[in-house]
Ligand binder design. Structure first.
Ligand code: NAP
Ligand code: ZN
Ligand code: ZN
Length: 357
């Protein structure tokens, strides 16, 4: 086993602190990755604070991982030492259910092995004696089929957030065929939201940001948004009723879905990707105008690779603030206050022991 420095949440109520984990030597079909950067997703906060229940502690969060392959198992065909790769929200799945066979591993009927706050598999089955540890650590051992290629040309720190924020916004935009001149609204301009703006623009849409932070107007327009509406202004919902073909809702906190559905045109679609506590939904919000409300969960391996290649081709990358791991607890507080433009990314060198002279 490889003793590996990490940071963990000891419980739902304590700050993250240094923690040592063990990574395994790569098996025949596995690779060992030195982690260079790891993005900080709002889901890390939800899980470290047990907002969704069932969290497993101690927890080493982190599922926006990029790094370098440093060792490969003897039967690995896809990767070699020195390759620049990514690991997203899951590291394994059953591989034989309908979802897995469709390349939609995130919906594995036996449950995916999430990158942290979940379990590795033994003989294909989730093994409760083997918790997964995420990217707030210096290395990770992963099956070769659950690793992504990070294309050249995307700076690595700016590539990390694509592994969750990127795919989570790319997937629904593609599924609902968002394209040229579609009127798209992105609700919530955080890590996911800012990727939604960039990706929808790259697909040719006319993009409006709906934000509860009026101070984000200039930077939203600088990101490429065509318009910005402050939802603090209650008139916005009446003035812009029926305006949008598609709404991507990335908000992490409770808000009124019915109000946003009112902004959709007839037969328009609103996709929820933000995961706040349960909210009331009125049937009338959907019935009047035959509107569609749906949700979306990250994306499968094949689509995640497609997204990374799309980003390289279109010059899309996350806007990041790089931090050392010792700033992680402050970064969580700042994210909760909406004070990040637009993704914190950990420089994982800050977790490594200084080299002996
Ligand atoms: P984030 O960077 O913290 O952004 C969330 C944004 O929500 C904020 O920037 C803010 O935007 C808005 N917001 C926050 N509090 C609000 C409030 N009280 N009222 C209205 N708007 C508020 O978080 P993130 O990493 O993008 O994640 C967003 C959500 O998506 C989280 O719930 C996360 O767990 C979830 N998620 C889902 C998936 C999936 O597969 N479905 C994947 C990753 C993350 P404004 O300041 O512009 O209003
Ligand atoms: Zn995430
Ligand atoms: Zn499966």
């Amino acid at each position: 086993m490889l003793k590996t420095p990490a940071w963990a949440a000891p419980s739902a109520t304590e700050p993250l602190a240094p923690f040592a984990i063990e990574r395994r030597e790569p098996g025949p079909h596995e690779v060992l990755i030195d982690i260079r950067y790891c993005g900080v997703c709002h889901s890390d906060i939800h899980q470290a604070r047990d907002d969704w229940g069932g969290s497993i502690f101690p927890m080493v969060p982190g599922h926006e991982i990029v790094g370098t392959v440093v060792k490969v198992g003897n039967q690995v065909e896809r990767w070699k030492e020195g390759d620049t790769v990514g690991v997203g929200c899951f590291v394994d799945s059953c591989r034989h259910c309908e979802a897995c066979l469709d390349g939609e591993e995130q919906f594995c009927s036996e449950g995916m092995s999430v990158t942290y706050n979940g379990y590795e598999r033994t003989d294909g089955k989730l093994d409760k004696s083997r918790p997964t540890w995420g990217g707030y650590s210096t290395r990770i051992t992963v099956d070769e089929n659950y690793v992504l290629r990070v294309p050249e040309g995307i700076p690595l720190d700016r590539a990390a957030p694509l592994l969750c924020a990127g795919i989570t916004t790319y997937s629904p935009l593609r599924r609902y065929d968002v394209g040229k001149d579609d009127k798209v609204a992105v609700v919530g301009l955080g890590g996911l939201g800012h990727m939604g703006v960039k990706l929808a623009k790259a697909m040719g849409a006319h993009v409006t940001v709906l934000s509860h932070s009026p101070g984000k107007r200039d930077s939203a327009l600088a990101l490429g948004a065509d318009d910005f509406l402050s939802t603090r202004d209650e008139d916005v919902f009446a003035q812009h009723a029926g305006r949008f073909d598609f709404i991507l809702d990335t908000v992490s906190a409770a808000h009124d879905y019915n109000a946003y559905l009112g902004l959709l045109r007839r037969d328009g679609t609103m996709v929820l990707v933000g995961l706040p506590e349960p909210q009331a939904l009125s049937a009338g919000s959907l019935i009047r105008g035959r509107k569609r409300l749906t949700g979306s969960l990250i994306g499968g391996i094949r689509e995640t690779q497609e997204m990374l290649d799309f980003c390289a081709e279109h010059g899309v990358a996350a806007d990041v603030e790089v931090i050392g791991i010792e700033q992680i607890n402050e970064a969580y507080e700042r994210m909760l206050r909406g004070d990040v433009r637009y993704r914190f990314v950990i420089d994982n060198d800050s977790l490594r022991e200084p080299e002996a002279a």
